[in-house]
Design a protein around this ligand. Structure first.
Ligand SMILES: [Zn+2]
Length: 381
């Protein structure tokens, strides 16, 4: 009896020690993710782990090839510390952004770099045949590009509210669908699949856990937004937080696709600039400075965007990341936008809180893919 008791305690102690070790390893991997390089002593210091724990974990991770030495850190004397980083080509994830008329696909490596990208015209249909065709296109995109055992999963972003429990798209104005079952896509892909709202996914591409409090405004053919508080997404009570597109911008103004009049979406969506898809956004931006009508439209657009942005700033008092299709082009027009924003906002003296997005194209697909690095990959070790 006494021996049996001892045996049980021994097994339990062993389990606890393995769990402690795994926990330390997950912490180390999380710390190294999104950092270009670090040193073993920095890992120990920043994570409050003992040096032997760090050394044994890092050495084992180096044996697997996931952690590599990348050079030496400058030092003020004594031995130079070797810098280490994650091997960015050890794991990959794919991202897919579904819109009403297109799908955008990306392959992202562990370092967050987009190593493959494709956007194709593919009209959404709420049918099983759409799901089958979609899966075929996605598999054609990534197969042969990376070893399938190194692909952690496929993240899919959709313009609507995702019901995680039911694995369905609860509602999407943009796709004109309600309660669309997503399980078929999941089953056919045969790799882990993750679904996320497109604006939340675009926010995830920006590594929000490092930014703390931040708001993302996604300027696509429909507007989207995401709110991050203390590094975590704020979904709201019915997952509708951040629907900035349907804030009233102009009373009795232009008709919005939601049925209301004067919504921000009718003034700040990319479709305002493309004439509802008559020309590409790239063509429109190229015409600036050469075409007076385009210049006038752009001026009006920036004026409306300034109004929306200052409203958002008044509510949240945080950085605002300008993303989506138009966000990718705004870099060269920030001074013009800033001038207009300051006109509407007498509380701020400058607009350094306005940030350009990190991924100029396919941010939603990238963010959906990156989900697998944040949550899944540290669990594998
Ligand atoms: Zn609306």
């Amino acid at each position: 009896m006494e021996n049996g008791q001892k045996g049980f305690d021994g097994a339990e102690a062993m389990e606890q020690s393995v769990e402690r070790k795994n926990k330390a390893r997950r912490k180390i991997l999380h710390f190294m993710l999104n950092r270009e390089s670090t040193t073993k002593s920095d890992v120990a210091k920043r994570l409050d782990l003992s040096m032997p724990t760090v050394l044994s974990n890092i050495n084992e991770l180096m044996e697997t090839g996931l952690v590599v030495e990348v050079g030496e850190m400058e030092s003020t004397g004594g031995r130079k510390a070797r810098s280490i980083s994650l091997n960015e080509n050890y794991y990959y994830a794919a991202g897919v952004d579904i819109t009403a008329h297109h799908i955008g696909m990306v392959l992202v490596n562990l370092g967050g770099k987009v190593i493959g990208q494709q956007r194709i015209r593919f009209d959404f249909r709420p049918e099983a045949s759409y799901c089958m065709e979609l899966v075929g296109k996605v598999q054609d995109f990534y197969q042969g590009e990376v070893p399938v055992e190194r692909l952690l999963g496929v993240g899919i972003s959709l313009p609507g509210i995702i019901n995680e429990r039911e694995h369905s798209l609860a509602k999407s104005h943009a796709l004109q669908v309600e309660g669309f079952n997503l399980r078929m896509i999941e089953q056919l892909l045969e790799v882990p699949v993750y679904f996320e709202n497109d604006a939340n996914a675009a926010m995830m591409a920006e590594n929000p856990e490092e930014k703390g409090d931040v708001v993302y405004l996604s300027l696509n053919n429909t507007l989207g937004g995401a709110i991050c508080v203390d590094g975590r997404m704020f979904p709201g009570r019915s997952r509708k937080a951040g629907e900035f597109g349907h804030m009233l911008l102009v009373p009795h103004g232009k008709k919005c696709y939601c049925g209301k009049e004067g919504c921000a979406d009718a003034y700040c969506a990319a479709s305002v600039l493309t004439g509802n898809g008559e020309r590409s956004l790239d063509m429109f931006m190229q015409s600036l400075g050469k075409d007076k009508d385009a210049d006038k439209l752009w001026e009006e657009y920036l004026e409306n965007l300034a109004m929306l942005v200052s409203n958002i700033r008044m509510i949240f008092d945080t950085d605002i990341i300008l993303g989506g299709d138009v966000g990718g082009y705004l870099g060269g027009y920030m001074a013009q936008l800033a001038e207009k924003v300051l006109k509407y906002n007498r509380f701020d003296k400058e607009v350094s809180y306005l940030k350009n997005c990190s991924y100029q194209k396919e941010a939603s697909a990238v963010g959906a893919a990156k989900h697998f690095f944040q949550l899944q990959f540290p669990r594998l070790f």
